[in-house]
Structure formats: structure tokens, C-alpha cells
Design a protein around this ligand. Structure first.
Ligand code: SF4
Ligand code: MG
Length: 336
């Protein structure tokens, strides 16, 4: 069947101007630069990459919070790229977002019941009594108690606030929830609880997740498939199993090498990824990763690699994906 979400050639370019009057365009930030992927119902696709790689911009484009410079977004078979007005509002109800920072994303003046009911009000769903019943259902769904409805956000811990944010996202019964680093701001001890809640809700409600993260450790427990982004582009995509077992792109390998080993005795053998991400304003020519890649050759400086299919469902954008030495190599020499 058709995917729930299908994104093709999505781009977001921002002109950079200099001077206050008659500002002259001096460059273009290629925040997202030709991204394509599909997401099935009930599936979790993780978008992973360092800060500034364009993953949050991609999420905002999908939700139509910002307008794309190019590309199309199909949701449930319908092209939503040009939708506006009532048709867009109806579509928006079906895509919700859970934000990274549960402190910043909740209005401190609204109590929990008002917070969770707000999207229903915005979409004109139900009357006061039915919304109230729905709030109680949602509180129980996310593991909070009925008496929490009258409390205010500052009375909750970080993990509980994220549960409130999740209940709010689910209030209008979406098909897709964009999770923008939903556990990055939480204590490590709380992260697993929230991840488990999201997985449990997915099973019960058939939700699809577009799950944004800056490292691979978190998505190991939540993703079905993973797309790794670098400087506005997807450089590798595969099932979680294939990506962890046989990563093909040197950047993915570096991200994997940066995951701390569970055994503290074995930590420190592999240094985390070094070097700065180049600016998306003037991305390096050829392969955008060549300035940090230990395998870069002359060809990499000249020619941009296409995202190529290497095996069923496994794609990578590297000229040498088939011939690189096996994964598991030490990156500490090459990436700084
Ligand atoms: Fe490295 Fe070249 Fe592959 Fe780019 S194309 S990832 S620079 S080996
Ligand atoms: Mg972000």
C-alpha cells in the first residue's frame, strides 16, 4: 500500500543578505538540499545527524510549519505541498509534534487539562464535557493521574512534562507524530521510560513516528529504519539492523563509533567524531563529507556521490561504499 508519508526532493534554501538597505544576496544556506524518504503507517523512521544537518528543518517542512523551496510532500496519497486553508487544517490534525524541550513547549499559564485540550479546541472537536473525558483518557494513556489535570507545568518533573506534551500531541488522534529529539533534554534515567511509552503508544494506536535524534544510541531502541543526514542531505538509509550491522557510509560509521561502549572498561578506545561540521552556506564541493572523511580521494573533492541502492532497502551516498574496509575501524586518526 502507499506510504503514509512520502517526501521527494525536499529542499529549504535561505538567501543570506548583507547590508541593511538594498541588501545584496551574498550566499545561500542550503539547510535541506534534496531529501527523499517514505514512511509507512505504524513505522518509525529515525532522522539522525549532528546539530545543523537539517533534520529539524526537514521535520518542520513535513509539518508545513515552513514552506519548502523545492520538492513535494505526499501524506496518505495526497500532495499536501500546495494545500492551504481548511484542507491544510484537516491535514494538520493528522500530523502532530512532540518537542525537544518540555519546559519551553508548554504554556506555563495553562493547567494540564487546558494544555491537553487546546488542540481539540483549535480543531473544533467535541464539547467541554467530551473534551474533559478525553483529557482523562489521555492522562491515563501516558501514565499520569486524573488529579494531575488541575496542576500546572512547573509542578512536574521533566519526564512528566514530556508525558503531558505527548498527551497533547495525541489529543486529536494523529496518524503521524514527529518526535523532535523528545528525550535529549531529559536525564538518562528518564529517557528509557519516555522511549518505552512512545513504543507502547505506537503499538496501541498504530502511530507512525518521524523520530529526530542527534546520535544513534537513542534510536537503537525506537527506530525501524534510520536515515542519516549530513549537511542537508541523506547520506545513508537502511533498516536499523542493517545500519548497525553493516554501515556503509564513513559518516555513519563515525556516528556508530561515537556511541559509548556499555562496558566502561572498554570506553575511550574509539574517539568520538572530531572536526567541525562545515557551514551549510557554502557546503564543500564534491562529497560534502570529504573535509572530515578518512577515506577521501581526489574524486570525492570533485564529484558529489548520488544516494545509491546497495542492497534491498539499503542506500548510501559514497563513491566507495562497496570497497571501503570493513566497519569497526578506529576513527581516532582521521576525523579531527
Ligand atoms: Fe568519504 Fe569519498 Fe565516500 Fe565522501 S565519497 S564519504 S569523501 S570516501
Ligand atoms: Mg534541532
Amino acid at each position: 500500500s502507499a506510504p503514509l508519508l512520502e517526501v521527494t526532493g525536499l529542499a529549504k534554501h535561505y538567501p543570506v543578505r548583507k547590508g541593511l538597505i538594498l541588501a545584496k544576496q551574498v550566499g545561500t544556506v542550503r539547510a535541506v538540499d534534496g531529501v527523499s524518504f517514505a514512511l509507512a503507517r505504524g513505522e518509525t523512521l529515525a532522522l539522525v545527524g549532528e546539530s545543523g544537518c537539517g533534520k529539524s528543518t526537514t521535520a518542520r517542512l513535513v509539518l508545513r510549519l515552513i514552506e519548502p523551496s523545492a520538492g513535494t510532500i505526499r501524506f496518505d496519497g495526497q500532495d499536501v505541498t500546495g494545500l492551504s486553508g481548511a484542507a491544510m487544517r484537516a491535514m494538520r490534525r493528522r500530523m502532530q509534534i512532540v518537542f525537544q524541550d518540555p519546559y519551553a513547549s508548554l504554556n506555563p499559564r495553562l493547567n494540564v487539562a487546558e494544555t491537553i485540550a487546546e488542540p481539540m479546541l483549535v480543531h473544533g472537536i467535541g464539547d467541554a464535557a467530551s473534551r474533559r473525558r478525553r483529557v482523562e483518557e489521555l492522562l491515563s494513556l501516558v501514565g499520569l493521574r486524573a488529579f494531575h489535570a488541575e496542576r500546572f507545568p512547573h509542578e512536574f518533573s521533566g519526564g512528566q512534562r514530556q508525558r503531558i506534551g505527548i498527551a497533547r500531541a495525541l489529543a486529536v488522534e494523529p496518524d503521524l507524530v514527529v518526535c523532535d529529539e523528545p528525550v535529549s533534554a531529559l536525564d538518562v534515567s528518564i529517557q528509557a521510560q519516555v522511549v518505552n511509552l512512545l513504543k507502547d503508544l505506537q503499538r496501541r494506536l498504530g502511530l507512525a513516528y518521524l523520530f529526530i535524534a542527534h546520535d544513534l544510541a537513542v534510536v537503537k531502541h525506537v527506530a525501524d529504519r534510520i536515515a542519516v543526514m549530513y549537511l542537508g542531505q541523506i547520506v545513508e538509509t537502511a533498516s536499523k539492523r542493517d545500519l548497525f550491522a553493516a554501515p556503509r557510509h564513513p559518516y555513519t560509521r563515525a556516528l556508530l563509533a561515537a556511541i559509548p561502549h556499555p562496558d566502561p572498561q572498554r570506553r575511550g578506545r574509539v574517539k568520538p567524531l572530531g572536526g567541525d561540521v562545515p557551514s551549510p552556506m557554502n557546503p564543500p564541493p564534491g562529497c560534502r563529507f570529504h573535509t572530515r572523511c578518512p577515506f577521501a580521494q581526489e574524486r570525492c573533492r570533485q564529484e558529489a556521490p548520488e544516494l545509491r541502492t546497495l542492497a534491498d532497502g539499503h542506500q548510501a551516498a559514497c563513491h566507495f561504499a562497496e570497497t571501503l574496509p570493513p566497519a569497526g575501524l578506529d576513527f581516532s586518526g582521521g576525523l579531527s
